[in-house]
Write a protein that binds this ligand. Sequence first.
Ligand SMILES: *Cc1c(COP(=O)(O)O)cnc(C)c1O
Length: 394
Amino acid sequence: MRIDPLAYLGEQLNEFRANGTYQRLRELQGPCEPVSKYDGKEVINLASNNYLGLANHPKLKEAAIAAIGKFGAGTGAVRTISGTLDMHMELERRIAAFKHVEACVVFQSGFTANAGTVSAVLGKEDHIISDELNHASIIDGCRLSRAKIHVFPHADVAVAEEKLAALVGVPGRKLLITDGVFSMDGDIGPLPALCALAEKYGAIMMVDDAHSSGVLGRNGRGTVDHFGLHGRVDIQVGTLSKAVGVLGGYVCGTKDFIEYLYHRARPFLFSTSHPPAVTAACLAAFDLLESEPERIEALWANTRYFKEELAKLGFDTGRSETPITPIFVGEAAAAHAFSKALFEEGLFATGIGFPTVPQGKARIRTIVTATHTREQLDRALEILARVARRMELL
Ligand SMILES: *Cc1c(COP(=O)(O)O)cnc(C)c1O
C-alpha cells in the first residue's frame, strides 16, 4: 500500500491542537449583519470587515440580481481575452474619478491587486523598502518581484530613511510601501512623512488602503485623502471586499501605469474577471458612499464610543486609531480560548496569535460597524468584561 506522502501535515495539525492554535472554520448561516448566525448561534458580530453594513444592503443585492438577469452568472474569460464587460470599464472609471486619479484597474481581490502590482512594476535589480507589518499580499508581491526587500520596524520613518539613504547611488528602482491602516493593530501609517522620504530619495510611493477604503477620507476615499496627499502617492491600492461590501481590489495611478498593468499584471492576465453580480454591486456601493456619507459618520461614532468604554473597563487596546480595535491578552492559546468563551456567551471576535502577529502579542480583534446599535455595543462590552474577569484577563 502507498504511504500518504502528505502524512507530515497531519502531524503539524496535531501540533496546532497541542498548542491551542488549531482552528475550525465557523459557518455563517445567513447574511453578514451586526448580529449574525454562526454555527447555529446568534452572536454579536465584531469579526467582519463589513464596516458600513453594505454586504447585505438591499441596493447592492438588487443591482447584483439585475446584473445576473442581464449579463448572466459569469464572464467566460479573463479580462484580456474576451471577459471585459462594459460594466468593468465603468467601475474603473468610477473609482478613478472618486479617487481623483487618472486611471484605475480592478483585480479579483485586494490580495491579487497587491501581489500582481508589485511583481509587475519591479524586477530583481530593484529595491523595496517595506514596513514590517505590511499585509501578506504585499510581502508575496515583493517576493514574486524578486527585488531586494529592506524591512523597516513598524512605522519607523527614521529607519526607513536610513534604508533609503544607504541605497543612494545603488542601481535599481526603489519602492517605498506601507499599509494605510494596519489590519491587526488598527493604527494609521505615517503617510505624510513617508511621502516626503519617497520624494527626497526618488522612490515610488505605494499605499495599501484595504482597511481605509470606505473608512477614512472624504466619503471613504482613503488615507491619501485623509492626509491631503493627492498627487504624492504613485500607487494606491484599495479593496472592494471590506467596507465596499462585495469582492475585489483596485489599483489607482497614472493612465500609463494602469495600462502597463493591463499588459503585465499576472492575476489580471491569467485569472477570470469578476462576474457581473460583483461588479454591479460594487457600482451600487459607490453610489451609497457618495450619497450617504452619514454611514461613515455612524461608523466613527460607534468606534469612538466602543474604544472609550473599553478603556474605562481597563482593556489594553494598543495603538489603534480606527474601527479595528485589538484587545491584547498575551499568548496565542489565551487569545483563542478568550475568543471561544466570548462566542459561547454570544459575542464573535476573532482570536489572533503567532504567526499572524508576533509572539506575546496575541489578541482578539474587534471591528465595530456603522450598523451596530448602541444597545448591541453595550451588550458586547458587558460580555467582554464578564468573560475577561472570569478568565483573569482583566
Ligand atoms: C484584507 C486586506 C487585503 C486583501 O483584500 P481582499 O480584497 O480581501 O483580497 C490586502 N491588504 C490589506 C492590508 C488587507 O487588510
